[in-house]
Write a protein that binds this ligand. Structure first.
Ligand code: GMT
Length: 378
């Protein structure tokens, strides 16, 4: 199959899922064409089946806002024709689904039918998508998609509650490459960060408000009063400055390190004891799944799709949003040396259920189904 993948190339779950999906498809003999405005963060391997097409936005003094969606739709048309694509798969509804709709309709006027699949990831529905400034276009383009997928049961439910949807939504959860995300021996690294055998806690996100990174610090502060620990914060984003400031105010600078947009996250996860995800909203929680694959238990909130991956009392614990007292209490329970090995083992067992080799074939199956169907409909 020749598949066009459209995604955000930035540090965020939807881009990671799209890129890892494309890499797996390419390794399994499909031809994959990434269409984005810059090289996706995780597109770090060379494969003869992977192509990258950059969307160039031509600016003009008249434009206060560059018309990205038009440039993207035009690029999709161009790539579809010249690379003879079979299908387009767009990740994150805004503006990718409406650009795909436009591309499909332009191609239709040229006698070509390229179906498109929209994967809903989270904030495209739960935060941005339902804003009245986008809602009519989001509803329309979801309904016009040839197929729609969501990354959790909860996101499907929320989409059906918030929008008037007349298309079936197929749930295909996030997945993890367990050959990459696995516990590695990195003792030297652990020793450098935790010279006195402290426990190592970790958080990975794009530092947006919805991630509530300040709660990570409040939880850490409480844990650290009882159990000497270190905290690594991976990622970057709009909240970073505020979090740095809070770290100073809480007098935690000696025990907290900001590592920025790290590529080899699995190396840090390999030496971590606990992952903290105190999000206000989280449609799935890919970063938590990657941690679990590296045998790291999870302290999370109980929102969105998190209960679908973090099993309370088994792979970690869940608390209400903002209840940092409960999160710290649960964290100490996990870090107890009697309990930690069991939680680590359970985290890995749970992650294995989301192995890419088990989940990604569901996308391939969907592509085949849509292609069969759209040939008949043409
Ligand atoms: O907030 C992020 O981490 C990025 C965001 C995105 O769409 O880029 O992630 C969403 O998609 C991920 C992949 O499907 C999910 O694992 C995340 O839970 C989801 N984030 C939110 O719902 C806040």
């Amino acid at each position: 199959m020749r598949i066009g993948i459209v995604c955000y190339p930035t540090y965020g779950g939807s881009g990671v899922v799209a890129t890892e999906l494309g890499k797996w498809l390419a390794q399994n003999g499909h031809q994959v064409h990434f269409i984005t405005y810059s090289q996706p963060q995780r597109l770090d391997t060379i494969n003869e089946n992977i192509y990258y097409h950059e969307v160039r936005i031509r600016n003009y003094p008249l434009f206060e806002h560059a018309p990205y969606e038009l440039a993207l739709a035009s690029k999709m048309v161009d790539v579809s024709i010249h690379e003879k694509l079979d299908i387009l798969h767009v990740h994150y509804a805004i503006p990718h689904a409406s650009a795909a709709y436009m591309a499909r309709e332009i191609l239709r006027t040229k006698g070509i039918y390229i179906p498109f699949i929209t994967t809903l990831h989270g904030t495209d529905i739960t935060l941005v998508g339902k804003d009245p400034s986008y809602e009519p276009v989001v509803t329309f383009s979801i309904n016009q998609s040839d197929a729609v997928t969501s990354v959790s049961e909860d996101l499907k439910k929320e989409t059906l509650e918030q929008f008037t949807i007349n298309k079936p939504i197929v749930v295909i959860p996030n997945f993890v490459d367990i050959s990459r995300f696995k516990k590695q021996r990195k003792d030297h690294f652990k020793k450098a960060i935790c010279p006195n055998d402290e426990h190592l806690l970790v958080h990975v996100s794009n530092f947006r408000k919805v991630k509530r990174v300040e709660d990570v610090l409040w939880v850490f502060e409480k844990i650290n009063q009882v159990l000497p620990s270190k905290l690594l914060l991976i990622g970057d984003g709009p909240e970073r400055m505020r979090i740095e400031q809070l770290t100073r105010e809480l007098n935690l600078c000696d025990n907290v390190r900001f590592l920025g947009k790290l590529d080899a996250i699995e190396e840090v996860l390999s030496v971590s004891d606990l992952f903290i995800m105190p999000s206000e909203k989280e449609s799935f929680g890919l970063a938590a799944l990657e941690a679990m694959a590296c045998e790291v238990p999870v302290i999370s909130t109980n929102v969105g799709g998190l209960p679908e991956i973090n099993i309370d009392g088994i792979t970690g614990y869940m608390s209400n949003v903002g209840d940092t007292q409960d999160m710290a209490k649960n964290a100490l329970r996990i870090l107890d040396k009697e309990n930690l090995p069991r939680f680590k083992k359970n985290a890995l067992e749970q992650a294995k259920k989301f192995d890419s080799n088990l989940i990604i074939p569901k996308y391939v199956e969907l592509y085949n189904r849509i292609l069969m169907h759209s040939t008949i409909q043409e």
